[in-house]
Design a protein around this ligand. Structure first.
Ligand code: SPD
Length: 299
């Protein structure tokens, strides 16, 4: 991103003064460490029915969406998270026609899903309309998928939606914020069981599963529960510099499909996806886990 010259740049260049612009965003991750970004401007701050919403701007990451004081997405091209939550399962399912996203209000995952021509419909069930509207306003590259006629946006509580729906889906993505507030129930075993019941016979669920570095207790409990529901449960990870520890995980859960053996390399080669992080190598490599992570989620 080209930074507009600011008053501080003028002082530095023309008057040799120290950089006077001194506004920072800091996010604590465990009480004693965290991430700090220098902020060019606070673009917008809002309060929705569910949470505080901020959009701030930083030279390295562009505009960033912050929910309840936690960074969610940025609009530079480092959106490994959106690519990995979407393309990993999509290239493993033999015929992913009906896709459901629970959460995902920034629409980044939706936009990635709709890069696949096999997808006939992608329903996104997001509880907070203001997150979608704020993302549309400030992060248009991420929300481009909303203009696709296959996108079906519902503003509703994902938990209630799954309880009531009778349709089945080939792929369900749980593109959630952290397990606090409105999203907490969506990390629980009861909800995962309902998601399992909403999948077709060879369906796949992928859920974001937090940082294996900082959120060990959450990770251990989640995978223990998931293994009691799904025949196949595999963790995969990606590099995500704006999330705690920069190292983020997903749970690939299926009724039988294997994320490595069932990867469709022909479909991958033919689609020629435009991505920045995902490719056939990162697909496979993302399932290779360091020893400390394997110990958290033994198979
Ligand atoms: N602490 C940040 C965790 C964010 C995980 N999910 C982000 C969802 C973005 N669509």
């Amino acid at each position: 991103m080209n930074k507009k010259p600011s008053i501080s740049d003028k002082y530095i260049k023309e008057e040799g003064m120290a950089d006077l612009w001194n506004v920072w965003y800091s996010e604590l991750h465990n009480g004693t460490s965290g991430l700090t970004l220098k902020i060019n401007r606070v673009v917008e701050s809002l309060e929705s029915e569910f949470q505080r919403i901020d959009v701030v701007e930083n030279d390295d990451f562009g505009k960033l969406l912050v929910l309840y004081g936690s960074l969610m997405v940025c609009d530079n091209d480092n959106n490994a998270y959106n690519e990995m939550i979407a393309h990993v399962p999509l290239f493993c399912h033999p015929d992913p026609k009906q896709v459901l996203i629970i959460g995902g209000g920034d629409c980044g995952a939706l936009t990635e899903v709709l890069k696949h021509p096999e997808v006939e419909r992608c329903t996104m069930c997001e509880i907070d309309r203001l997150v979608v509207e704020t993302s549309k306003k400030h992060l248009p590259r991420l929300t481009a998928g909303l203009d696709d006629p296959r996108a079906n946006l519902l503003i509703a509580d994902g938990k209630k939606f799954i309880e009531d729906i009778t349709d089945k889906f080939d792929l369900i993505l749980l593109d959630l914020s952290d397990p606090i507030g409105p999203a907490a129930d969506l990390f629980q075993k009861e909800f995962h069981q309902q998601v399992y019941n909403t999948l077709t016979d060879n369906g796949i669920m992928v859920t974001q599963s937090e940082s294996p570095y900082y959120n060990k207790e959450t990770v251990v409990a989640m995978y223990r529960n998931l293994r009691e529901i799904f025949p196949v449960v595999r963790m995969y990870t990606c590099f995500m510099p704006i999330y705690p520890s920069g190292y983020w995980s997903f749970a690939f859960c299926s009724k039988g499909i294997d994320p490595i053996k069932d990867f469709d390399s022909i479909r991958y080669d033919n689609l020629k996806l435009e991505t920045r992080y995902y490719n056939s190598e990162t697909h496979h490599a993302s399932f290779a886990l360091p020893r400390f992570v394997k110990e958290l989620v033994p198979e």
